[in-house]
Write a protein that binds this ligand. Structure first.
Ligand SMILES: Cc1ncc(COP(=O)(O)O)c(C=O)c1O
Length: 373
Protein backbone atom coordinates (compact mmCIF):
# COMPACT_ATOMS: atom_id res chain seq x y z
CA UNK A 1 0.00 0.00 0.00
CA UNK A 2 1.41 3.42 -0.84
CA UNK A 3 1.09 5.86 2.02
CA UNK A 4 -0.63 9.03 0.87
CA UNK A 5 -0.67 10.98 4.13
CA UNK A 6 1.51 11.25 7.18
CA UNK A 7 -0.40 12.28 10.27
CA UNK A 8 1.89 13.26 13.13
CA UNK A 9 1.09 12.52 16.75
CA UNK A 10 1.50 16.12 17.76
CA UNK A 11 2.35 19.54 16.35
CA UNK A 12 2.76 22.97 17.98
CA UNK A 13 0.85 26.03 16.83
CA UNK A 14 3.26 28.94 16.38
CA UNK A 15 2.71 31.93 14.12
CA UNK A 16 3.89 35.46 13.34
CA UNK A 17 3.09 36.65 16.85
CA UNK A 18 5.68 34.37 18.47
CA UNK A 19 8.18 35.34 15.75
CA UNK A 20 7.59 39.02 16.47
CA UNK A 21 7.96 38.58 20.24
CA UNK A 22 11.15 36.52 19.86
CA UNK A 23 12.64 39.15 17.54
CA UNK A 24 11.93 41.83 20.13
CA UNK A 25 13.88 39.88 22.73
CA UNK A 26 16.76 39.16 20.36
CA UNK A 27 17.01 42.85 19.54
CA UNK A 28 16.81 43.83 23.21
CA UNK A 29 19.91 41.82 24.11
CA UNK A 30 18.23 40.65 27.35
CA UNK A 31 18.32 36.91 26.79
CA UNK A 32 18.17 35.60 30.36
CA UNK A 33 16.87 36.97 33.68
CA UNK A 34 15.25 39.76 31.69
CA UNK A 35 11.89 41.53 31.76
CA UNK A 36 10.21 39.12 29.31
CA UNK A 37 10.38 36.34 31.89
CA UNK A 38 8.88 38.66 34.52
CA UNK A 39 6.08 39.55 32.14
CA UNK A 40 5.46 35.89 31.29
CA UNK A 41 5.27 34.98 34.98
CA UNK A 42 2.71 37.72 35.62
CA UNK A 43 0.56 36.58 32.69
CA UNK A 44 0.84 32.93 33.65
CA UNK A 45 -0.09 33.56 37.29
CA UNK A 46 -3.09 35.52 36.04
CA UNK A 47 -4.11 32.75 33.62
CA UNK A 48 -4.25 30.08 36.34
CA UNK A 49 -5.30 32.43 39.13
CA UNK A 50 -2.25 31.76 41.33
CA UNK A 51 -0.56 34.48 43.37
CA UNK A 52 3.03 33.53 42.43
CA UNK A 53 4.65 31.86 39.42
CA UNK A 54 8.33 31.01 38.90
CA UNK A 55 9.47 30.01 35.41
CA UNK A 56 12.10 27.29 35.16
CA UNK A 57 13.91 25.38 32.44
CA UNK A 58 11.51 22.42 32.39
CA UNK A 59 8.61 20.79 34.18
CA UNK A 60 11.07 18.27 35.60
CA UNK A 61 13.20 21.10 37.02
CA UNK A 62 10.10 22.62 38.65
CA UNK A 63 9.12 19.32 40.25
CA UNK A 64 12.67 18.79 41.45
CA UNK A 65 12.77 22.22 43.09
CA UNK A 66 9.52 21.55 44.96
CA UNK A 67 10.82 18.17 46.15
CA UNK A 68 14.07 19.84 47.23
CA UNK A 69 12.20 22.56 49.13
CA UNK A 70 9.98 19.90 50.76
CA UNK A 71 13.17 18.37 52.13
CA UNK A 72 12.53 14.86 50.78
CA UNK A 73 15.67 12.80 51.24
CA UNK A 74 17.20 9.39 51.90
CA UNK A 75 14.97 7.22 54.07
CA UNK A 76 11.82 9.13 53.08
CA UNK A 77 9.01 7.64 51.02
CA UNK A 78 7.01 9.69 48.56
CA UNK A 79 3.79 8.37 47.07
CA UNK A 80 3.08 8.97 43.42
CA UNK A 81 1.14 7.65 40.45
CA UNK A 82 2.25 4.78 38.21
CA UNK A 83 0.25 6.35 35.35
CA UNK A 84 2.49 9.29 34.62
CA UNK A 85 5.68 10.37 32.97
CA UNK A 86 8.84 9.27 34.80
CA UNK A 87 9.62 12.83 35.93
CA UNK A 88 6.91 12.75 38.63
CA UNK A 89 8.91 10.09 40.49
CA UNK A 90 12.40 11.11 39.37
CA UNK A 91 11.91 14.54 40.93
CA UNK A 92 12.22 13.10 44.45
CA UNK A 93 14.50 10.20 43.49
CA UNK A 94 17.03 12.96 42.61
CA UNK A 95 16.88 13.88 46.31
CA UNK A 96 17.39 10.30 47.47
CA UNK A 97 13.77 9.57 48.47
CA UNK A 98 12.11 6.25 47.67
CA UNK A 99 9.13 5.99 45.31
CA UNK A 100 5.95 4.31 46.50
CA UNK A 101 3.36 3.75 43.80
CA UNK A 102 -0.31 3.81 44.74
CA UNK A 103 -2.82 2.53 42.23
CA UNK A 104 -5.08 4.76 40.15
CA UNK A 105 -8.82 5.09 39.83
CA UNK A 106 -9.94 3.16 36.73
CA UNK A 107 -12.16 6.01 35.57
CA UNK A 108 -9.90 9.02 35.99
CA UNK A 109 -6.49 7.28 35.70
CA UNK A 110 -5.36 9.54 38.54
CA UNK A 111 -4.25 8.51 42.03
CA UNK A 112 -7.00 6.75 43.96
CA UNK A 113 -7.08 8.55 47.35
CA UNK A 114 -7.94 5.29 49.16
CA UNK A 115 -4.86 3.63 47.64
CA UNK A 116 -2.75 6.62 48.68
CA UNK A 117 -3.97 6.40 52.26
CA UNK A 118 -3.30 2.64 52.31
CA UNK A 119 0.28 3.24 51.10
CA UNK A 120 1.21 5.58 53.96
CA UNK A 121 3.88 4.32 56.37
CA UNK A 122 5.78 6.07 59.18
CA UNK A 123 8.40 7.01 56.54
CA UNK A 124 6.00 8.74 54.15
CA UNK A 125 6.85 12.40 53.69
CA UNK A 126 4.92 13.47 50.64
CA UNK A 127 2.60 12.88 47.71
CA UNK A 128 3.29 13.87 44.11
CA UNK A 129 -0.16 13.80 42.52
CA UNK A 130 -0.55 14.01 38.75
CA UNK A 131 -3.33 15.56 36.65
CA UNK A 132 -2.89 12.84 34.06
CA UNK A 133 -3.89 13.50 30.47
CA UNK A 134 -5.10 16.91 31.66
CA UNK A 135 -7.76 15.52 34.04
CA UNK A 136 -7.63 17.07 37.52
CA UNK A 137 -6.66 14.73 40.34
CA UNK A 138 -8.75 14.43 43.54
CA UNK A 139 -7.17 17.49 45.06
CA UNK A 140 -9.46 17.98 48.07
CA UNK A 141 -9.25 14.36 49.18
CA UNK A 142 -5.49 14.24 48.65
CA UNK A 143 -5.04 17.49 50.51
CA UNK A 144 -7.06 16.14 53.44
CA UNK A 145 -4.86 13.02 53.53
CA UNK A 146 -1.72 15.15 53.33
CA UNK A 147 -2.88 17.37 56.19
CA UNK A 148 -3.92 14.42 58.36
CA UNK A 149 -0.49 12.77 58.01
CA UNK A 150 1.62 15.97 57.82
CA UNK A 151 2.77 15.28 54.25
CA UNK A 152 3.78 17.71 51.51
CA UNK A 153 1.43 17.59 48.54
CA UNK A 154 2.92 18.53 45.17
CA UNK A 155 0.77 18.67 42.06
CA UNK A 156 2.30 17.60 38.75
CA UNK A 157 0.11 19.58 36.36
CA UNK A 158 2.54 19.36 33.44
CA UNK A 159 -0.27 18.04 31.24
CA UNK A 160 -3.11 20.11 32.68
CA UNK A 161 -2.75 23.79 31.84
CA UNK A 162 -6.30 25.09 31.50
CA UNK A 163 -7.97 22.26 33.42
CA UNK A 164 -10.44 23.09 36.18
CA UNK A 165 -11.17 21.40 39.48
CA UNK A 166 -14.39 22.31 41.24
CA UNK A 167 -14.88 25.26 38.90
CA UNK A 168 -11.46 26.85 39.43
CA UNK A 169 -8.25 26.51 37.39
CA UNK A 170 -5.56 24.03 38.28
CA UNK A 171 -2.92 26.21 39.90
CA UNK A 172 -5.41 28.25 41.91
CA UNK A 173 -6.18 25.70 44.63
CA UNK A 174 -3.36 26.23 47.07
CA UNK A 175 -1.01 23.31 46.60
CA UNK A 176 2.10 24.10 44.60
CA UNK A 177 1.74 22.96 41.00
CA UNK A 178 4.11 22.47 38.08
CA UNK A 179 3.36 22.99 34.39
CA UNK A 180 5.53 22.04 31.40
CA UNK A 181 6.03 23.45 27.92
CA UNK A 182 7.54 20.67 25.83
CA UNK A 183 6.22 20.97 22.23
CA UNK A 184 3.47 18.36 22.64
CA UNK A 185 1.87 20.35 25.47
CA UNK A 186 -1.19 22.61 25.19
CA UNK A 187 1.18 25.59 25.06
CA UNK A 188 4.85 25.30 24.27
CA UNK A 189 8.02 27.32 24.38
CA UNK A 190 10.23 24.57 23.02
CA UNK A 191 11.15 23.67 26.58
CA UNK A 192 10.30 25.19 29.91
CA UNK A 193 8.09 25.00 32.94
CA UNK A 194 6.44 27.03 35.66
CA UNK A 195 5.89 26.43 39.34
CA UNK A 196 2.84 28.13 40.80
CA UNK A 197 2.73 28.62 44.53
CA UNK A 198 0.55 30.34 47.08
CA UNK A 199 3.46 30.96 49.44
CA UNK A 200 5.59 34.07 49.10
CA UNK A 201 8.38 32.36 51.00
CA UNK A 202 8.32 29.35 48.68
CA UNK A 203 8.36 31.67 45.67
CA UNK A 204 11.41 33.46 47.04
CA UNK A 205 13.17 30.12 47.49
CA UNK A 206 12.23 28.95 43.98
CA UNK A 207 13.65 32.13 42.46
CA UNK A 208 16.89 31.63 44.38
CA UNK A 209 17.21 27.88 43.80
CA UNK A 210 16.62 28.08 40.04
CA UNK A 211 19.48 30.59 39.86
CA UNK A 212 22.35 28.84 41.67
CA UNK A 213 21.06 29.72 45.12
CA UNK A 214 21.65 33.43 44.61
CA UNK A 215 20.08 35.81 47.08
CA UNK A 216 19.76 39.34 45.74
CA UNK A 217 18.02 40.63 48.84
CA UNK A 218 21.11 40.28 51.00
CA UNK A 219 23.80 40.73 48.34
CA UNK A 220 24.77 40.93 44.69
CA UNK A 221 25.38 38.55 41.77
CA UNK A 222 28.03 36.55 43.62
CA UNK A 223 26.08 36.19 46.84
CA UNK A 224 24.99 32.56 47.11
CA UNK A 225 22.85 31.86 50.14
CA UNK A 226 22.34 28.15 49.45
CA UNK A 227 23.27 25.33 47.09
CA UNK A 228 21.16 25.93 44.01
CA UNK A 229 20.76 24.76 40.45
CA UNK A 230 20.90 26.28 37.02
CA UNK A 231 17.23 25.80 36.17
CA UNK A 232 16.93 29.22 34.55
CA UNK A 233 14.64 29.71 31.59
CA UNK A 234 15.48 32.21 28.83
CA UNK A 235 13.69 35.36 27.71
CA UNK A 236 13.60 33.93 24.18
CA UNK A 237 11.49 31.05 25.45
CA UNK A 238 9.41 33.43 27.57
CA UNK A 239 8.64 35.42 24.40
CA UNK A 240 7.28 32.29 22.73
CA UNK A 241 5.39 31.56 25.94
CA UNK A 242 3.74 35.00 25.93
CA UNK A 243 2.59 34.45 22.32
CA UNK A 244 1.11 31.11 23.38
CA UNK A 245 -0.58 32.55 26.47
CA UNK A 246 -2.18 35.26 24.34
CA UNK A 247 -4.00 32.56 22.40
CA UNK A 248 -4.41 30.04 25.21
CA UNK A 249 -8.20 30.27 25.29
CA UNK A 250 -8.36 29.58 21.56
CA UNK A 251 -5.89 26.72 21.92
CA UNK A 252 -7.98 25.11 24.65
CA UNK A 253 -11.22 25.56 22.70
CA UNK A 254 -9.77 24.12 19.49
CA UNK A 255 -8.35 21.12 21.36
CA UNK A 256 -11.68 20.51 23.05
CA UNK A 257 -13.47 20.66 19.68
CA UNK A 258 -10.94 18.21 18.17
CA UNK A 259 -11.44 15.83 21.12
CA UNK A 260 -15.21 16.02 20.69
CA UNK A 261 -14.83 15.17 17.00
CA UNK A 262 -12.83 12.06 17.91
CA UNK A 263 -15.45 11.14 20.55
CA UNK A 264 -18.14 11.21 17.86
CA UNK A 265 -16.08 9.39 15.25
CA UNK A 266 -15.14 6.64 17.71
CA UNK A 267 -18.61 6.19 19.18
CA UNK A 268 -19.35 3.22 16.91
CA UNK A 269 -16.26 1.20 17.85
CA UNK A 270 -17.06 -1.20 20.72
CA UNK A 271 -13.37 -2.15 21.12
CA UNK A 272 -12.47 1.43 22.05
CA UNK A 273 -12.94 3.20 25.39
CA UNK A 274 -12.33 6.94 25.53
CA UNK A 275 -11.00 8.99 28.46
CA UNK A 276 -13.23 9.98 31.38
CA UNK A 277 -15.79 12.64 30.57
CA UNK A 278 -15.91 15.91 32.47
CA UNK A 279 -18.20 16.10 35.49
CA UNK A 280 -19.17 18.76 37.97
CA UNK A 281 -15.77 18.67 39.72
CA UNK A 282 -13.42 17.92 36.83
CA UNK A 283 -12.93 19.73 33.54
CA UNK A 284 -10.19 18.25 31.39
CA UNK A 285 -7.72 20.34 29.46
CA UNK A 286 -7.08 18.31 26.32
CA UNK A 287 -3.40 17.35 26.18
CA UNK A 288 -3.39 14.06 24.28
CA UNK A 289 -6.22 12.00 22.86
CA UNK A 290 -5.78 8.59 24.45
CA UNK A 291 -8.02 5.58 23.93
CA UNK A 292 -8.00 2.20 25.65
CA UNK A 293 -8.41 -0.85 23.44
CA UNK A 294 -10.36 -3.89 24.53
CA UNK A 295 -8.09 -6.49 26.14
CA UNK A 296 -8.79 -8.90 23.28
CA UNK A 297 -7.04 -6.54 20.82
CA UNK A 298 -3.34 -6.82 19.96
CA UNK A 299 -2.17 -3.23 20.44
CA UNK A 300 1.19 -3.72 18.71
CA UNK A 301 -0.60 -5.05 15.65
CA UNK A 302 -3.00 -2.08 15.59
CA UNK A 303 -0.08 0.35 15.86
CA UNK A 304 1.77 -1.42 13.05
CA UNK A 305 -1.30 -1.29 10.81
CA UNK A 306 -1.78 2.41 11.53
CA UNK A 307 1.87 3.14 10.88
CA UNK A 308 1.48 1.44 7.51
CA UNK A 309 -1.27 3.94 6.71
CA UNK A 310 0.85 6.92 7.76
CA UNK A 311 -0.84 7.39 11.15
CA UNK A 312 1.49 7.95 14.11
CA UNK A 313 0.41 6.55 17.48
CA UNK A 314 2.15 5.94 20.81
CA UNK A 315 1.77 3.50 23.71
CA UNK A 316 0.89 6.36 25.97
CA UNK A 317 1.91 5.72 28.75
CA UNK A 318 3.76 2.71 30.08
CA UNK A 319 3.53 2.25 33.86
CA UNK A 320 6.33 4.13 35.57
CA UNK A 321 7.02 1.40 38.14
CA UNK A 322 7.62 -1.13 35.35
CA UNK A 323 10.32 0.90 33.61
CA UNK A 324 13.64 -1.02 33.44
CA UNK A 325 15.44 1.24 35.95
CA UNK A 326 12.55 1.02 38.41
CA UNK A 327 12.51 -2.81 38.28
CA UNK A 328 16.25 -2.94 38.70
CA UNK A 329 16.60 -0.37 41.45
CA UNK A 330 13.54 -1.07 43.59
CA UNK A 331 12.46 -4.55 42.49
CA UNK A 332 9.03 -3.38 41.31
CA UNK A 333 7.14 -5.93 39.21
CA UNK A 334 3.74 -6.70 37.74
CA UNK A 335 0.99 -6.97 40.31
CA UNK A 336 1.96 -3.85 42.31
CA UNK A 337 -0.72 -1.61 40.74
CA UNK A 338 -3.18 -3.86 38.90
CA UNK A 339 -5.56 -1.12 37.74
CA UNK A 340 -2.74 0.95 36.26
CA UNK A 341 -1.07 -2.09 34.71
CA UNK A 342 -4.27 -3.22 33.03
CA UNK A 343 -5.02 0.14 31.49
CA UNK A 344 -1.45 1.06 30.51
CA UNK A 345 -1.18 -2.17 28.54
CA UNK A 346 -4.17 -1.12 26.45
CA UNK A 347 -3.81 2.65 25.95
CA UNK A 348 -2.94 4.29 22.68
CA UNK A 349 -2.49 7.98 21.88
CA UNK A 350 -3.95 9.04 18.53
CA UNK A 351 -2.69 12.03 16.52
CA UNK A 352 -3.90 15.10 18.34
CA UNK A 353 -3.01 18.77 18.34
CA UNK A 354 -4.55 22.20 18.35
CA UNK A 355 -5.05 22.56 14.62
CA UNK A 356 -5.55 18.94 13.59
CA UNK A 357 -7.47 18.73 10.32
CA UNK A 358 -10.93 17.14 10.79
CA UNK A 359 -10.30 15.14 7.59
CA UNK A 360 -7.16 13.73 9.17
CA UNK A 361 -9.19 12.73 12.23
CA UNK A 362 -11.68 10.98 9.97
CA UNK A 363 -8.78 9.23 8.23
CA UNK A 364 -7.28 8.16 11.59
CA UNK A 365 -10.56 6.61 12.71
CA UNK A 366 -11.08 4.87 9.36
CA UNK A 367 -7.55 3.46 9.60
CA UNK A 368 -8.19 2.38 13.20
CA UNK A 369 -11.47 0.74 12.20
CA UNK A 370 -9.68 -1.19 9.45
CA UNK A 371 -6.88 -2.18 11.84
CA UNK A 372 -9.37 -3.47 14.40
CA UNK A 373 -11.18 -5.50 11.75
C1 LIG B 1 3.01 14.27 33.82
C2 LIG B 1 4.30 14.91 33.44
N1 LIG B 1 5.15 15.28 34.41
C3 LIG B 1 6.31 15.88 34.15
C4 LIG B 1 6.71 16.13 32.86
C5 LIG B 1 8.05 16.73 32.63
O1 LIG B 1 8.01 17.94 31.95
P1 LIG B 1 9.30 18.43 31.13
O2 LIG B 1 9.40 17.57 29.91
O3 LIG B 1 8.98 19.85 30.83
O4 LIG B 1 10.48 18.27 32.00
C6 LIG B 1 5.86 15.77 31.80
C7 LIG B 1 6.25 16.05 30.42
O5 LIG B 1 6.19 15.27 29.53
C8 LIG B 1 4.63 15.14 32.10
O6 LIG B 1 3.81 14.74 31.12
Amino acid sequence: MSVTRQIPLSSPWLDEREEELVLEVLRSGRLSLGPTIDRFEELFAEAVDAPFAAAVSSGTAGLHLLCHIAGFGPGDEVITSPVSFVASANAFIFEGATPVFADVDARTLNLDPAAVEAAITPRTRGIVAVDMFGYPCELDELRAIAEKHSLTLIEDSAEALGAQYKGRPIGSHGSSAVFGFYPNKQMTAGEGGVVTTHSEEEHRLLVSLRNQGRDYESGGWFNHARVGFNYRWTDIQAAIGIGQLEKLDRILDLRRAAAERYDELLAGLPEVTTLAADDEDHRRSWFVYVIALDSSINRAHVMEELRGRGVSTAEYVPCVHLQPYMRERYGFAEGLCPVAEDVCARTLALPFHTRIDPDDQQFVVEALTAALA
